[in-house]
Design a protein around this ligand. Structure first.
Ligand code: HEC
Length: 128
């Protein structure tokens, strides 16, 4: 009996994130990808800095300039402008773009398709 309950509990724990992924639907695939890979450390609300700076309006912005984020490593500088190419490189392998970045232990998103979804989502959170 105890084992059955344990098994049921495990199944429920597995099913909940799976179902919420489905419920979010295709159109929100970018939001889901962002939630999976980035939300632990980032918000897209204005002025909502967490472990990482807010990503509100990040698309098109220069790197390392988010107001009141006091935790930059110094390796993200205004020489970098966040566009498709720079974001794709940074999200694939943060240190390939900014060698001493503190965006760790985030190890990068290996799948190009997932990165594109996330970058498109960040665009929708910018210029508003
Ligand atoms: C473990 C926490 C963590 C995770 C997970 C994480 N980040 Fe970050 N992120 C940071 C930190 C810390 C910085 C500041 C890095 C620095 O100064 O070198 C940062 C910086 C950034 C920047 C540069 C912001 C600026 O002001 O120039 C972007 C863009 C970014 N992250 C996007 C993402 C995206 C998109 C994801 C998900 C695919 C992600 N991050 C996942 C912690 C995280």
């Amino acid at each position: 009996m105890k084992n059955t309950l344990l098994t049921l509990g495990c199944l429920a724990a597995l099913a909940v994130p799976f179902l919420s992924t489905i419920a979010a639907g295709e159109g929100d695939a970018g939001q889901v990808a962002f939630n999976t890979h980035c939300r632990n450390c980032h918000s897209t609300k204005p002025d909502d800095n967490r472990l990482g700076p807010t990503l509100h309006n990040i698309f098109g912005a220069k790197a390392g300039q988010v107001k009141d984020f006091g935790n930059y490593s110094g390796s993200l500088t205004a020489d970098i402008t966040w566009d498709e190419a720079t974001l794709d490189k940074f999200l694939a392998d943060p240190k390939s773009l900014a060698s001493s970045t503190t965006m760790t232990p985030f190890a990068g998103v290996p799948e190009a398709e997932q990165r594109k979804l996330i970058i498109d989502f960040l665009k929708t959170q910018s210029n508003s």
